[in-house]
Design a protein around this ligand. Structure first.
Ligand SMILES: Cc1cc2nc3c(=O)[nH]c(=O)nc-3n(C[C@H](O)[C@H](O)[C@H](O)COP(=O)(O)O)c2cc1C
Length: 358
């Protein structure tokens, strides 16, 4: 049957057929040879499951508590820039769909819809911060987030400059002229300058402050008055430094393979980072999560929750809010099936011994 949607890859295939190649290229691409992009996904096949049986799995509870938010499930929408290129309702549709499924939605600094436009569409909104060189812009965004009810700041640190996505260079990718970046209305950062290669480089030169160090974390906490989670950490020592400087959690991420190519796939880093920071610290992971079994493996290795990036765009393009809902529905059903088949009734029963590295 054509266009039958059974899993997230069916949505990915449709997305690639439907969108213009420059926009699909921007959304899909990874940095340089796209090794990390591929490995993020492949690494899941290197871990096998060892199911526990006869555990009375007649009732399954996927809920979890994170940053004092009671979540119905451990799936978070990662920050993904410029969602209106996938569907006109963009970030608003994502926020609404996530709300229905009890998932938090993270709004990117580089979103099309602004903080104020997306606020109130989801009770658990996080704001992802790219720390602009012009600190007044950063400060203004941070102050708004609390005012508009956001629950946490996701401080992305793996982008002191943009990793080169060669597909974007070849396609001379630029954001369509009718769109703008909602959080930068009235500033030089609202649109991209179209003079150079993919038009993103110059923009990001202005946006990303390369001089930042761990010392900035307390400043972000103070200005935003919100918990701060540091996104883009891959090393146990960096994870420890984040917590030493007051971070409330970290997100193990390589930006979906879009920054440093040949950086290690994220799944491999969960266990070493958990060992270094101890049991209590909040660890979230993203990169290549497409199946319910992937989620269970991440949690078994020590993550508290997971994030999805590109699947949001596949869902958005397929059907706006309903499409993102479909993505969450598919993933959740797969995750519950995996919990049942591995003998886990709740997240605390998803233990390390369920997973073996081949
Ligand atoms: C098109 C696109 C745009 C992204 N924009 C941002 C962003 O604005 N800020 C950020 O911290 N991460 C951004 N990311 C990275 C995601 O938050 C996330 O780390 C990654 O997509 C997870 O991998 P996955 O796409 O394989 O699920 C973006 C990723 C994609 C694919």
């Amino acid at each position: 049957m054509p266009n039958q949607i059974i899993n997230l890859f069916d949505l990915e295939n449709l997305f690639n057929k439907k969108l213009p190649p420059d926009i699909a290229g921007y959304y899909n691409s990874g940095a340089r040879d796209e090794i990390t992009l591929k490995k993020n996904r492949e690494v899941f096949h290197e871990y096998e499951l060892l199911p526990k049986l006869l555990r009375d799995v007649s009732r399954i509870d996927t809920s979890t508590n994170l940053l004092n938010c009671l979540l119905k499930n451990p799936i978070i929408l990662a920050p993904v820039a410029m969602q209106q290129m996938a569907h006109q309702d963009g970030e608003i549709a994502s926020a609404k769909a996530a709300h229905i499924y009890g998932s938090p939605m993270t709004l990117s600094t580089s979103s099309n819809y602004s903080i104020e436009e997306v606020a109130h569409h989801n009770e658990n909104l996080f704001f992802q911060l790219y720390f602009a060189k012009d600190r007044t812009i950063t400060e203004r965004m941070l102050k708004k987030t609390k005012k508009y009810g956001f629950k946490a700041i996701i401080f992305t640190v793996d982008a002191p400059q943009l990793g080169t996505r060669e597909r974007d260079e070849r396609n001379k990718f630029k954001m369509p002229d009718h769109l703008s970046l909602g959080n930068f209305k009235g500033t030089i950062l609202e649109k991209f300058d179209n003079r150079d290669g993919s038009s993103m480089n110059m923009h990001n030169e202005l946006l990303f402050d390369k001089s930042l160090t761990f010392e900035i974390i307390p400043w972000i906490k103070e200005v935003s008055e919100l918990p701060v989670l540091v996104k883009g950490i891959l090393r146990p020592d960096d994870a420890l430094l984040c917590f030493k400087h007051g971070a409330d959690g970290i997100i193990i991420s390589n930006h979906g393979g879009r920054q440093l190519d040949t950086a290690t796939p994220t799944l491999k880093q969960i266990e070493p980072i958990r060992k270094e920071v101890g049991k209590e610290k909040l660890l979230i992971v993203d990169g290549g999560i497409r199946r319910g079994t992937d989620i269970l493996k991440c949690i078994a290795l020590g993550a508290n929750a997971v994030q999805i990036g590109r699947p949001i765009l596949w869902g958005l393009n397929y059907g706006g809010e309903a499409g993102v809902g479909l993505v969450l529905d598919i993933l959740l059903k797969e995750f519950i099936e995996t919990m049942i088949l591995t003998g886990c009734r709740n997240l605390s029963e998803i233990t390390r011994d369920l997973v073996r590295k081949i």
